[in-house]
Structures are given as C-alpha cells and as structure tokens.
Design a protein around this ligand. Sequence first.
Ligand code: DGL
Length: 273
Amino acid sequence: MSGRTPTVLVFDSGLGGLTVFSELRTALSGANFIYAADDAVFPYGRLPEDVVIARVVEIMERLIPLHRPDLVVIACNTASTLVLPALRSRFSIPFVGTVPAIKPAVALTRTGRVAILATPGTVKRDYTHQLIQSFAGGIEVELVGATGLATLCEAHLKGYAVEDKAVIEEIAPCFVDRDGKRTDVVVLACTHYPLLLETMQHLAPWPVTWLDPAPAIARRAVDLAGPVPPRTIPADATAVFTSGVAITDDLRRALRDRGLPAMTIEAMPPHWH
Ligand code: DGL
C-alpha cells in the first residue's frame, strides 16, 4: 500500500467501533477513513447468526466497490466471531477482526479467574467457546452476556444520562469471588464497552484490569497497511449510517471529539432495510 494514501473502512453495528477508530486514527494518521454503522438494526447482539452474516456481507458488497478500501476493520466482536470467513472468501482485500481477548486475559490474571463481558450473541458463538477451550486451560472464565450494555454505551455517547443501577446490573456477574479465586481481569469483548469504562471502573465492587483490545487491533492494522506517511492536513473521513437518519448535534459533537471532524454522512439506500 506504500506510495499513496490508503483508505481504511471501519465497520460496526453502531457507534462502538469508534473506540477502535480512535486508535486507528492515531496509528494510521495519514490514511483516509470510512466509518460505517449498521444502525438500522442495532444492536447485533440480539440478532440470529444468519441475519448478521447476510447483513454484513451485503453491506460490504455495497461499500467495498464504492469506496475501494485497502483494508477493512470489522470493529465488532458480535460480527467478527461469525462473518470473517465469509468476507475473506468473497473479497481479496485484508480484513482485521475484533474477537474476545481471551489469550491476553489469561496471560494477565494473577488470581486465575477472568470475566469476558460481551453481547449475548458473542457469548453464544462457537468461536468464543473454542477460544476459551484453546487458551484458558486451568483458568476460571465467567462468560457474561450483557443484554443492554451496548445500548447504554450509545446513550452515554449521545449525551443522555445513564443510571448507575443499569450499569451495575450488567457488570455484576463479572465479579465472582469463589474457591479462593476472585475476578481480576474483565475483557471488554464488545467495542462499545470502553465508552463507559470510567463509569464501570467507578461502579466495580473491587478494582480489576479492564482489557480493551483496541490498541492491539490498531497495531495489527498498521502491520497490514505498512508505513503510511503522515499528513499535515486531516485526512478525509466519511461516516455511513444505514438508517439514513440525520444525526443529532450531540452525536456530531461526539464524532468530532473522536476524530471525525468534518465528514460526509451517507445513508444506505432505503431499500436496504
Ligand atoms: N460493538 C459490537 C461488538 O463489539 C456489539 C454491539 C451490538 O450488539 O450491536 O460486539
């Protein structure tokens, strides 16, 4: 990819991929970015697997020929744990996925008990269970499917108040103190969750390491993109929202704060949803 400005397409069901986008924007400051959110059906965590696969493939079939990205980052665990093989067999460009950081959590734990905080979809995936089987031998793993946490994260990002009680209910099953082993690492296995990290740290019953894989994903993207010369003027950034609903001022502000300062909003054609 050297010699010209690469284009990176970052995809999520909603706004959680912005936590990965922020890291990518720093690591690949010279690249052009497209941020695409399938907000028409958010959250993916509640959708059947065949629906998630069909939607992501269909969206990529539209966006890849349109924007010609050099690299696609699927910044969504709920989609990545399912759809990467289909995407890789269909398109020849590289895809970077986001899957639960179980191996790093196992390397970090001192107590031998870790929690994986994810969407109900990611918790159900064969892929997630295989990761645990392959890498978490001898470690107690709490696999926690949070039904509403991604939605609370979006509300927070959009400037709405989020009740502590609602967050506590979602994260409480992560904190287990049994058989002399107390949870000491919580894997943020949904890209939305770092949006509420400060609140979760504050509400946790005891301190833990919260593992956000975004920096590791950005490093992988840099490996694949190769050296990208930095630019003195900000690179282009376009946001695509499949719902086509106009974004609010609060959301526009939040996007600007996260490195999408001047962007074109494209809606998917209405027949898409
Ligand atoms: N951001 C997505 C993830 O990483 C999930 C949110 C959703 O349920 O759509 O899993």
